[in-house]
Design a protein around this ligand. Structure first.
Ligand code: ACO
Length: 327
């Protein structure tokens, strides 16, 4: 039987940080509001580094940990909603920076679920035998797409990148992706978006003046959808793997809001100590949030070889997913 093994992970965040106290100076908000409503304390902000710059740092760490050369990568999948350029894909820029002669490189636009979409595709590619080794990256420079005068959104987001190297292998040794539940429910497509700057509303002075090139979100509506959808996604992923909540050692949610995470955990009876949370440090880094948390907990030895980990996410679209892997 073919298995998809997580060979290595890496993550990176810009060194500059913006605290809740810093935001108190910028908009009408407070550390108390941000902490109790979201759990976020600070976020890392890029000072000129692009999406592929962050992704490259994370990818190099993942390659080092995997002990492989860039030339061994057959496919690069980058999940991002803040690409370097509209085209070429950020995956192509990374391929160039890694000096890989030839491989399949493309981006995914699935907002906060992008990394799970990437894992989904990589697992299918590898298990079908088309490719041997995949680099999946979630990387975001959301700070360039935030309206820093809008307290409803600017306190939530941060920049960062996380990467994973996956390799197909035969036999019973090593880890595997055990089940995948992934999808999109477009019922709330207008509740979370960047309305301007695309082909529907091209860049213009009006787009800039009205800041339509920045993130617009009906937070409380998104909140309700996120909780309901993620509970269902986890239940379905567990069912597909013939596992129960107790069979999973670690849960890694998309790091958007502590209250959403706690709600999902309570609904499914997941003990809090099994849920990995780092949003206090990074805020919501969209597609990067899950791979950053995964990398940190593997490097800290919180997650150990043989553990089963359930990843779950929710994002604009609404995209959602839950993937269970054995590391
Ligand atoms: N500081 C102080 N007050 C604020 C702030 C702030 N930063 N932001 C909003 N408020 C106020 C509002 O104006 C409102 O005031 P009012 O009652 O006088 O009108 C009040 O706080 C409550 O606002 P709500 O939006 O109802 O607050 P809520 O408890 O829903 O929290 C939040 C807002 C944190 C955005 C939450 O709704 C949330 O996390 N939503 C989901 C986000 C998410 O999961 N997104 C998906 C992934 S992101 C992606 O795909 C890119």
């Amino acid at each position: 039987m073919k298995r998809t093994w997580l060979l290595g992970t890496g993550s990176y965040a810009p060194s500059y940080t913006l605290t809740n106290e810093d935001l108190e100076e910028m908009v009408d908000t407070s550390d108390e509001w941000i902490s109790t409503r979201t759990g976020i304390k600070r976020r890392h902000i890029s000072k000129g580094e692009s999406c592929s710059d962050l992704a490259l740092e994370a990818s190099q760490k993942a390659l080092d940990q995997a002990g492989i050369e860039p030339g061994e990568i057959d496919v690069i999948i980058v999940a991002t909603l803040t690409p370097d350029t509209i085209f070429p894909a950020t995956a192509c820029w990374i391929q160039k920076k890694l000096e890989i002669q030839d491989c399949l490189s493309f981006d995914i636009s699935a907002a906060c679920s992008g990394f799970l979409y990437g894992l989904f595709l990589a697992d299918n590619f590898l298990k079908q035998g088309e490719f041997h080794t995949a680099l999946v990256v979630g990387s975001e420079v959301l700070s360039n797409f935030v309206n820093w005068e809008d307290r409803n959104t600017c306190v939530l987001f941060g920049d960062g990148a996380g990467a994973a190297i996956l390799r197909s292998h035969h036999g019973s040794e090593g880890g595997n992706i055990l089940s995948k539940e992934i999808g999109t429910d477009v019922a709330g497509i207008d509740l979370l978006k960047i309305p301007g700057g695309g082909s529907r509303m091209p860049f213009s002075q009006e787009v800039l003046d009205k800041k339509l090139h920045t993130i617009h979100m009906k937070g409380n509506e998104v909140f309700k959808n996120a909780t309901r959808t993620m509970v269902l996604a986890i239940e379905n992923a567990l069912k597909k793997a013939c596992l129960s909540v107790e069979d999973i050692q670690w849960y890694i949610p998309h790091q958007a809001n502590l209250r959403i995470i706690n709600y999902v955990g309570k609904k499914l009876g997941i003990p809090q100590k099994k849920v990995i949370i780092n949003l206090q440090e990074y805020g919501n880094t969209s597609a990067a949030s899950i791979p950053i948390a995964l990398d940190e907990s593997l490097r800290e030895n919180t997650i150990r070889k043989g553990d089963r980990v359930c990843l779950f996410s929710f994002g604009a679209g609404f995209t959602y997913g839950s993937i269970i892997l054995e590391v």
